[in-house]
Design a protein around this ligand. Sequence first.
Ligand SMILES: Nc1ncnc2c1ncn2[C@@H]1O[C@H](COP(=O)(O)OP(=O)(O)OP(=O)(O)O)[C@@H](O)[C@H]1O
Ligand SMILES: [Mg+2]
Length: 448
Amino acid sequence: MVVIFAYTELLLLAVADVCLSYRQARFSYLKVKYLFFTWLAVFISSWVVYVQYSSYTELCRGHECKSTIWAHESTNPPQCLCQCDKYRKGVIDGSACSSLCDKDTLYLGKCLSTKSNNQVYSGSWGDLEGVIKCQMGDVLHYVLGAEMEPRKEAALFDKPTKGTSVEKFKEMVFSHLKAKVGEQANLVDLASLVLSVADGNKDGHISLPEAKSAWALLQLNEVLLMIILQDKEHTPKLLGFCGDLYVTEKVQYTSLYGVSVPWLMELWIPSGVRRSMDQWFTPSWPRKAKISIGLLEFVEDVFHGTFGNFLMCDVSAANFGYNDKHDLKMVDMRRIVPEASLREAMRDRRCEADEDCVYGTDCRTSCDLTKRRCTPEVIQPNLAKACLALRDYLLRGAPSEIREELEKQLYSCMALKGTTDQMEMEHSLILNNLKTLLWKKISYTKDS
Ligand SMILES: Nc1ncnc2c1ncn2[C@@H]1O[C@H](COP(=O)(O)OP(=O)(O)OP(=O)(O)O)[C@@H](O)[C@H]1O
Ligand SMILES: [Mg+2]
């Protein structure tokens, strides 16, 4: 009996011992697990912070637009690419130079850049709110159509050369514009518009540093369009410049629709969900209709105007914004190019298939397989692309009494092709019908 008791006691002790060591083992296992997860969390968050920081420092180099950086690869001896250094040396001048470099009244605020070669900052200039854009030195990495924006050359400010007379500079501007927008445009008026902008301090005289800045700016599609469309309501105003840095009007809402989410979340959202999410975050229908009329008016502004025809080569929602009155304002006009330049660029391009004949995202021509060269005529006019961008935007929430008609008109607009004279008639008919349909519906609404 005693033996049995002693045996049971021993057994119980052994079990208790096993339990204890199991508990201890489990405890240390949990400890290790927690330690591991804490370490993992710290590791991931510091990695995210590091990636964010390094992409920020890579993307946001606005101070370099002002202070000293040197370009070694493209020039020999090395050249300073900053505006203030060049301004002080008398190489460049412009309406924004003294505010940027002497008075410090041109302030670069929040960095908006998404590509390092195109620096974009929201900021202020005295009492004015504006957006400051400047081109960085690494133009060698410029992605789109380098042939249309030869920025490397422009950034060096080596033209016009010392000793160039104002008359000679006028001739330079004239022939540059002729090559860019084509001969049929009203070049004399366009050249005087350019020259009046070039005279930054409005003293009636264009100095050599002003001429150098104006020449560099003239290479940029966006600036050329800001000059050409300076009186049009949908184009942000060019407020000032210094070298090829320029200040423009700030657009309040910078996309036609949609909501921006952190990039980590963006990776997980399927594209279908993203599309419907974008359509949820839009203004009310009458407001969308007003913004859409603005886009149609902008298409009219650039279509065979006084200064030639311009092609919209990136008709995506992110390039159109609006203000608090729901007037459409262009955000990014870098890919709106003169038709003459595009034809010229396409003519020389070698191709194997139609896919090789694309400029930006939306300007497509076809590949002539016999010559293996791109044809110069674009397939789709701006209006057809604008209607495609507006389709979901306008049809969602459209009043039932016009929905069917609106859908019909949008689809016949999207089917527009080519650039022939006959298309021009059809083009203005479709454009006017669409505008009238939308206006009629919203003219009595207080939202509009
Ligand atoms: N006039 C403006 N007013 C307000 N925001 C602007 C203005 N111009 C540009 N932005 C904003 O600055 C940011 C950067 O513009 P940018 O065009 O350089 O980059 P992106 O459109 O993202 O890229 P990319 O045009 O090269 O494809 C964008 O978010 C754009 O909305
Ligand atoms: Mg853009």
